[in-house]
Every structure is written in structure tokens, then in C-alpha cells.
Design a protein around this ligand. Structure first.
Ligand SMILES: [Zn+2]
Length: 57
């Protein structure tokens, strides 16, 4: 069995403007900083800031 040295979790990327979840990405669990990316939002039809939001199970 492989050791879980790099624990990656799936997070949702949520649009700051409309709050819609547009993307999913995986981040390193040890990196607790909030991820912020500029991505295209289909809802707003423009590039907006997307912040990472941990997926709830
Ligand atoms: Zn949006």
C-alpha cells in the first residue's frame, strides 16, 4: 500500500460575482491558503475572480 504522503483534496472554484461553482480542481491539503484564480464565468460571460471552496461531503 502506498503511503498518503501527498494528500490532495478536490475543491470547488466559486465565482465571486455570482457565487456559481464553475470549476473543480485538486489542491494539496497541506496548502491551507485560499486559492484565487481569474477564470471565465459562463453565468457572467466574462472573466471573474474564483475562490476555492472545500467540497463538503
Ligand atoms: Zn459568475
Amino acid at each position: 500500500m502506498a503511503k498518503k504522503k501527498w494528500w490532495r483534496i478536490v475543491v470547488a472554484m466559486q465565482c465571486k460575482d455570482c457565487g456559481k461553482t464553475n470549476y473543480h480542481t485538486s489542491i494539496n491539503k497541506t496548502n491551507t491558503q485560499k486559492l484565487e484564480l481569474t477564470k471565465y464565468c459562463k453565468q457572467d460571460k466574462k472573466k471573474t475572480s474564483h475562490v476555492s471552496r472545500e467540497k463538503l461531503k
